[in-house]
Ligand binder design. Structure first.
Ligand code: PAF
Length: 286
């Protein structure tokens, strides 16, 4: 495994791989890797000759300076995990390497980026599109791997690929959860033991709502989730939206779409956690 910091070196390495006809998988990350990332890397290693994992805490996607400052940075441990998993290249550039000049590009994915995270974190998806488009153009992967935990991000990346005409297959991978249900997130590292216990209320509520949904309307299911989080100690709901899984627009009834997902963001103490649950998916019994 090679640890590369410079774009020039990355390009040279990948040109050799391309010349040898090798397929390339890219797993973009911000580091602080956990089993969720590992599932993306394992899939890329299985499906490609070469796997590039980028580790870069992208400043342009943070709309909160403190969140950026507190984001965990664990490159050494990340590299140890990635080496064991069969990663070919870890690309860990500096901010100056990626942004020698401010990135002034403005993307629009409306209406995908005007709801949920787009509404509560203005500019977030523009920053994500800036870094992901740069990585796509530097790495030119055949496939790129993203987790379904960031459900809205995945939809926006698919839209980015269409808009920019990238010949990249976007592979969405299922949420990885702890045995007790908590969705894995790099932010979980910032939870105290007590907060970690409280955060469980999020996935428990979502799972309970899927049972509730079998006998109740969509509107009542939404209220069920909102009330459960409001009653839970130490949790503060930012939003819970039940949306069409393709358009990300809110739906009012279970018959309004054949792909329906509940997306939630909750503050547990100061830590902002997101999760989601599928209520309906074409061809699947949920
Ligand atoms: O999902 C993430 O970790 C980030 O948003 C990504 C895709 C690596 C871009 O910085």
């Amino acid at each position: 495994m090679k640890l590369i910091h410079a774009i020039k070196e990355l390009r040279e390495e990948l040109q050799r791989a391309e010349a040898a006809g090798k397929t390339v998988g890219l797993v973009p990350t911000m580091g602080a890797l956990h089993a969720g990332h590992a599932s993306l890397v394992a899939r890329s290693v299985k499906e490609n000759d070469v796997t590039v994992v980028s580790v870069f805490v992208n400043p342009t996607q943070f709309n909160d300076k403190e969140d950026l400052a507190k984001y965990p940075r664990t490159l050494e441990a990340d590299c140890a995990l990635l080496e064991k998993m069969g990663t070919t290249v870890v690309f860990a550039p500096s901010v100056e390497e990626i942004y020698p000049e401010p990135d002034t590009r403005v993307f629009s994915f409306a209406p995908l980026d005007t709801v949920m995270e787009g509404k509560y974190r203005p500019g977030h998806f523009n920053g994500v599109a800036q870094i992901v488009s740069k990585l796509f153009e530097m790495v030119c992967p055949d496939r790129a791997y993203f987790g379904e935990k960031d459900f809205q991000q995945l939809a926006i990346i698919r839209a980015l690929v269409k808009q920019q005409g990238y010949a990249i297959d976007i592979v969405g991978c299922p949420i990885v959860r702890e045995a007790d249900g908590l969705a894995l997130s790099s932010r979980n590292a910032r939870l105290s033991v007590e907060e970690r216990e409280r955060a469980l209320g999020i996935s428990r509520t979502l799972f309970a709502s899927r049972e509730f949904a079998k006998e109740h309307s969509l509107v009542d299911t939404k209220v069920f989730v909102e009330n459960a989080i409001a009653k839970a100690d130490g949790l503060r709901l930012e939003y819970f939206e039940v949306v069409d899984g393709n358009t990300l627009q809110p739906v009012a009834a279970w018959d309004d779409a054949d792909f329906i997902v509940g997306c939630i963001t909750v503050f547990c103490g100061e830590v902002r956690l997101i999760d989601n649950i599928k209520y309906k998916e074409p061809g699947k019994e949920l």
